[in-house]
Design a protein around this ligand. Structure first.
Ligand code: TRP
Length: 353
């Protein structure tokens, strides 16, 4: 079977290091593994509009920002098809057909949808389009026949819902769609990176993000101001590493070799943690090390972003070509779907008999 990737992000803001360790880094690894026949990366503007209907300018502004973030982390337009969701109207048509295969109560039980309804205070006034976005996401995935969907852990319920739609469709209309698998990073610290304030999630609305587009000094300041262990007041106090975001970030970012280079008193992260827990290790030392480690990872990303920022017309061209290619791919699936559903009326003269 052909190995195909489909993934994407909503263009509601610039992407941050939580997106990076949670999924973008994994996508680049998969892209360069040579194991995939086709890779599609989508800027999900239509999905972004499901809860930003009144702010189209916000979505529009962030299309190019997200494209620049993709190129910056190493998504290679020669290997991956980067496209804009609304430029592929076939996805909307598929969504409309899939809606008949899902019950309202099933969508209501989707934990991600539930959490988002709470966050946005939508309780009494949920936009219908927003409510249906898990179904539209199933259309995105299946339109490309994706076998693998590298996304953040928060998208697990979407994948589960997509797989149910695939099974239902195939059961009703005959074997047509492919069941996808989610691909998560293997390092558990990467699954949900906390904010620099120690809150469970890095999120734009909480203002606790380190952005991929932040300059070196901004990143340094954010790291030096990070929340740590509130019980670790004096350097000599024993400290906690669990729930301490500085150590979670180190879990997510640092490699053993980096100790020799930046903090040679320790051989690895376990030794550093041990010292912190024992007492006698100050937060500033740990934060400076984290800064060195993160700057090393972010530097090439920043440089590639600067390169592409000078070439925005080329980026637009990449999106245009990618969207045209994506539309051809989705149209092929839609033709098979219409055939399976017996609504391919003008294909031959079956309607006459
Ligand atoms: N829900 C994803 C996000 O919030 C974006 C998205 C839309 C997506 N369609 C998708 C991701 C299909 C993977 C597959 O960022």
């Amino acid at each position: 079977m052909r190995q195909i990737i489909l993934t994407g992000d909503r263009p509601t803001g610039r992407l941050h290091v939580g997106h990076y360790v949670g999924s973008l880094k994994e996508r680049v690894i998969l892209q360069n593994s040579g194991k995939y026949d086709e890779i599609n990366i989508m800027i999900a503007d239509a999905q972004a509009l499901t809860d930003n209907a009144e702010h189209p300018e916000k979505v529009r502004q962030n299309i190019l920002q997200v494209a620049l973030d993709y190129l910056a982390v190493g998504i290679d337009p020669e290997k991956s098809c980067i496209f804009i969701q609304s430029m592929v109207p076939e996805l909307t048509e598929l969504t409309f057909y899939y809606m008949n295969l899902v019950t309202v109560s099933r969508v209501q039980r989707n934990p991600t949808v539930k959490a988002e309804i709470r966050q946005r205070n939508f309780e009494a006034s949920i936009p219908v389009g927003f409510f249906c976005y898990p179904i539209s996401q199933a259309a995105d995935i299946t339109a490309f026949g994706a076998t693998a969907v590298p996304v953040g852990e928060d998208q697990k319920p979407m994948l589960e819902q997509c797989r149910e739609i695939v099974r239902k469709f195939n059961e009703v209309y005959g074997e047509t769609l492919v069941e996808p698998e989610i691909v998560l990073p293997s390092n558990s610290a990467c699954l949900r990176l906390p904010g620099i304030d120690g809150k469970a999630k890095m999120s734009k609305s909480l203002g606790n993000c380190i952005y991929l587009s932040d300059d070196e000094e901004t990143v340094r300041k954010k790291i030096m101001s990070m929340y740590t262990d509130p019980t670790h007041l004096k350097k000599s106090d024993p400290g906690h590493v669990e729930g301490n975001p500085v150590f979670t970030y180190l879990d997510a970012f640092c490699r053993d070799e980096q100790f020799a280079e930046y903090l040679p008193d320790y051989a690895n992260l376990d030794e550093l943690k041990e010292h912190y827990q024992r007492g006698g290790l100050g937060d500033v030392t740990v934060k400076k090390f984290l800064n060195s480690v993160m700057q090393e990872e972010l530097r090439p990303i920043r440089e590639r972003r600067a390169y592409w920022e000078q070439r925005k017309p080329e980026v637009l061209e990449i999106l245009k070509e990618g969207s045209a290619k994506a539309e051809r791919r989705a149209a092929a699936t839609l033709a098979r779907v219409r055939h399976a559903m017996m609504i391919d009326y003008f294909d031959g003269d079956a309607l006459l008999h």
